[in-house]
Design a protein around this ligand. Sequence first.
Ligand code: S3P
Length: 189
Amino acid sequence: MVPTRIYLTGFMGSGKSTLGPLLAERLHYRFADLDDEIEKAAGRSIREVFQEEGEAAFRVLERAALEQVATRDEVVVAVGGGALTFEHNLHVALASGAVFYLRVSAEELVRRLGDQAALRPLLQDEKGHVLSKKAMSAKITAMLRQRGPFYERAHAIIDLDGLTVEEACDALEAAVASATGGRSGGDRG
Ligand code: S3P
């Protein structure tokens, strides 16, 4: 039985926004990207929210957006890489659905994120300049070490290093099929 809410968590660049819509299509669920929901609610881009109000303000919007999607049914939700690293948010997700950690190694993340730093406020310095390769690598490694224990509390972990998108989607779909998370949160049993 497929849980009615499926949350995909993992670091920036782990493939949540790529795999989420594909999984949703296979399950005939809707797809929601939490970052898009935040942008809609804020009327601004994530980048602008970070620049104008800072990360703390972004986290407030993120929490509200998560609480909102947690009321929807038959939905696959890609959550931002930081969203489920807060105890309250992790609890909301674990209690209302099944949570899947898309795990990618730090080395692979550094490779993937190298070209995308301009779009990602957390890979920039306080002035908005993209970090050097070395600084980025150190930051990703440190953040992953700090966030890993939260990510690993997911209902299931899918290791994605070396998998094609198709293979990753198959692995995720198989994990979802055997998931038992979020039964109390509205699964139709
Ligand atoms: C963040 C990840 C981003 C976005 C924001 C903060 C994080 O989402 O929510 O820039 O704290 O890791 P993605 O993981 O979808 O890139």
